[in-house]
Design a binder for this molecule. Structure first.
Ligand code: ACM
Length: 493
């Protein structure tokens, strides 16, 4: 190599997404990882790790001489990081050692190893590296609409696998809307009996039983993904007002709705049936939910005055808090601060609409709200890639891969204190998405881009390097049967 040969940027040559906090390249590639012994602190982690290594083409054999050793160690991770998710991964000719203070970090380390194994050399020529890593934000998620088109347990487990592959921690499920009610609740069985067999365009719809929802949470939790369920209130409620006439001022059930307009339906806080409905559905949902959050919506209520809206948001939030959960709400709930003190500190607000007036957000942050950034012009993965793309919507513009990658969560709301950003969530709405393949083709390759926004320090991000690294993921996606959109912004292998 002549002195003039540029040193290749590791960020473009190692197939890691999201890019880690610190990567040190060692000498020659490591051979012999095709057959490894796996040591882990418990059986559940060993099984998950084995599944990932096998998916990457390695064999796990207790008699193998080379080992992949996972062990808990408080000193692991980048210098100075206090993140409970931090980890260190050493891949050397002596084998692989992963350390982390918590189990989640060990699984992150295995996912990093899985990406290294799936690189061009395969398990017989794995780059020798030391990775010291920790995420930028705690809340790294995907918000998924299962109402406009229903996606059942098998699809949702595949989504959990995808989310977890890029070290995301939250799967937010939008479970109720105008077109259907998708979660069975013990105190209100009529909701799924009368309002689940519908979806956009007239398909069969469907819903998750309580048992299916619990199973999904267990599957996700084993992979360190928290499920955050949403009942959208006080708008997007036609499934509820279709089920119960007494939620409407005229006492009559509304018609089913299978279109894609928004903003027309609403509840009425002062009708006698409304508060019992809120207590039942939010109470049931909180009891079904293992994680600490319940999302109560709050978006696009176009037919309610500001005072009733603020009272509604306050009531829904306090019912959720009484049930022991932290409420999450769409950005409109920042308007709750119009009545001072109504938006309780610690409430999480999910920012989505870049056209909205920013003032209330800054006020809400000052009052103690924290923000999850789902800026539609970057993180709404139901937006078309290009105007010609056959799937998706375009009200926030097109979102190509580079748009999903190049944005800064702490700058989308000018004036918002940076420390009130809790994290980042991609979102995908399913008006035009009817199958798992269609859904995945919108998520891949853009979800990995948003995952890197959520994980990687801004100074370490680089579009040219990302587009090279994301190309290196495609073989694993093909192996997993995950459909992706081969955007021309990437040179796919
Ligand atoms: C939303 O997109 N209505 C949150």
């Amino acid at each position: 190599m002549s002195a003039a040969t540029p040193v290749p940027d590791l960020r473009a040559t190692l197939p890691l997404v999201p890019w880690p906090s610190a990567v040190e390249a060692l000498d020659a590639p490591v051979a012999g990882l095709a057959v490894v012994r796996l040591d882990a602190p418990d059986d559940e982690l060993r099984e998950l790790a084995a599944e990932l290594l096998v998916a990457a083409g390695a064999q796990v054999d207790p008699a193998a001489t080379v080992s992949v050793a996972l062990s808990l160690d408080a000193d692991a991770g980048p210098a100075g990081s206090a993140s409970p998710e931090r980890y260190t991964l050493r891949v050397t000719s002596d084998g692989v050692v992963a350390t982390a203070p918590e189990r989640v970090g060990l699984l992150h380390a295995v996912r990093t190893l899985r990406q290294l194994l799936g690189g061009t050399g395969g398990p017989d020529a794995v780059p020798a590296v030391v990775v010291r890593d920790a995420p930028r934000y705690r809340w790294r998620g995907l918000s998924l609409d299962v109402v406009r088109h229903f996606f059942g347990p098998a699809d949702l487990r595949a989504v959990v696998d995808l989310v977890a592959a890029f070290k995301l921690r939250v799967l937010h499920l939008h479970l109720t809307d105008d077109q259907g009610w998708r979660i069975e609740l013990p105190s209100r069985p009529e909701l799924t009996e009368k309002a689940s067999q519908t979806q956009v365009g007239g398909g069969p719809g469907g819903y998750l039983t309580g048992a299916e929802f619990r199973d999904l949470q267990r599957y996700a939790a084993a992979r360190f993904v928290t499920v955050v369920p949403e009942i959208d209130l006080p708008g997007h409620v036609n499934a509820a007002t279709h089920t119960y006439g007494d939620l409407n001022p005229d006492g009559r059930p509304t018609d089913v709705y299978e279109g894609i307009e928004v903003g027309f339906s609403r509840l009425w806080l002062d009708l006698p049936a409304t508060e019992p409905f809120l207590r039942d559905v939010l109470g049931d949902l909180a009891r079904l939910t293992d994680g600490p959050y319940v999302h109560v919506g709050g978006d696009e209520v176009h037919t309610m005055d500001a005072d009733e809206y603020a009272r509604f948001v306050e009531r829904a939030g306090s019912i959720v808090r009484d049930a022991g959960k932290t409420p999450v709400m769409w950005q409109e709930a920042a308007r709750g601060t119009l009545a001072p003190g109504t938006l309780a500190p610690g409430t999480l607000l999910q920012y989505w609409d870049p056209k909205a007036d920013r003032e209330p957000f800054v006020d809400a942050a000052r009052a103690g709200a924290r923000f999850i950034m789902s800026a539609a012009d970057h993180a709404y993965l139901d937006m078309k890639y290009t105007p010609e793309h056959p799937l998706g919507l375009d009200w926030a513009g097109c979102v190509e891969l580079r748009d999903a990658y190049e944005w800064e969560p702490e700058e989308v709301i000018p004036g918002l204190p940076a420390d009130s950003v809790e994290g980042v969530s991609a979102a995908v709405w399913t008006e035009t998405l009817t199958t798992r393949d269609e859904l995945f083709s919108m998520l891949l390759p853009r979800l990995p881009a948003v995952a890197e926004v959520a994980w990687t320090a801004p100074a370490s991000k680089d579009w040219a390097a990302f587009r090279a690294r994301v190309a290196g993921q495609a073989p694993a996606w093909r192996d997993a049967g995950w459909e992706f959109h081969p955007t021309p912004q990437v040179d796919w292998p």
